[in-house]
Design a protein around this ligand. Sequence first.
Ligand code: FAD
Length: 351
Amino acid sequence: MAEQFDVVIVGGGQAALAASYFLRRTGLRYVILDNGTQAGGAWVHGWDSLHLFSPASYSSLPGWPMPDTPDGGYPTRDEVLDYLRRYEARYAPPIRRPVMVECVERANGKLLTVRTSAGDFLGRAVIGATGTWSAPFVPDVAGRDLFGGTQLHSSHYRNAAPFAGRRVLVVGGGNSGAQIMAELSLVAQATWVTLHDPIFLPDDVDGRVLFERATARVLGGPSAMPTSGFGDIVMVPPVRAARERGVLHAVRPFVRVTATGVVWPDGREEAIDRIIWCTGFRPALGVFASLDVIEPDDLIRVNGQQAVREPRLWLLGYGSWCGPASATLLGAGRVARSMVRQLAAWLASPI
Ligand code: FAD
């Protein structure tokens, strides 16, 4: 017999925690289903030296601020994980782990069925909070399958040790590429490959400024902030140090991959041992495909956070397309607050 809830949240990372913080005040009955074995969502899989691009005070979930780091700098992956574990312990959200959600289907005119490794759950509404980590994106470069060396996506990169002394290509001009390039350049023959010249933010601009710009946009006011975005590179200390060493040069992409390396646009072949694709992620929306809500661009059309083609489905945390900065720690809380208000009102009189 399937358990029934007002709201079933799929995924148990920071977005789910932010939604839970506001849901628990509504009196609605809800459950969070997460396939992880521990708290932390995608942060469990971050590389060892990963630093946030904002200080703790700009990286907090609702209710309980992230403690400042001892040096007042940018929190590390382990500090974020510690915060999320303690946040969960503090608020004890109704999370069930590990529960793999396989698909979400329409049960009848009023409910959605969430089919999982732990049986079926029924929800008057479902919040998708599955994040992006399980959907890494690698561009379809010619010859990629021929490569005899090791290829991995940044989602599986841990540290530079296995790359010591190797010829490595770091592909991708965002923060992941810059941070991984910075540490690999200390031990490997690393080449940084980006589509365009990477955009480095000024040293005194970090996630704080980007959040303020996103907020200004939400409030509809004029923004005096730089026109940079979350993809631009924040000069966290390791990246700054790499710049001082003069190693942050990027070259334009190779035209194809061979069994032993790559071919550059001028026809030159180069032997390569490893390729690290720091080429981003896609929203992990596969479990909602059975609702026939996925558009040709692989996204779900939303009005705010509510899916247009299935009003029982709400989405939180995937990117700015479903709420400004909602894929960040601070942004998830801001968007969750308004989403839960609207969701509760909708459940009171669904149309
Ligand atoms: P996730 O953390 O991915 O959580 C989703 C959860 O759902 C996971 O536990 C997953 O296992 C689970 N799940 C997925 N599918 C299923 C399923 N079918 N069934 C059950 N469970 C499922 N943000 C900042 O605020 N500041 C930063 O400085 C910052 N730096 C970043 C640096 C990098 C390199 C990256 C990749 C991201 C960074 N972010 C940063 C972005 C952001 O905070 C994370 O992407 C965040 O983890 C998104 O949270 P989420 O809860 O939406 O998803």
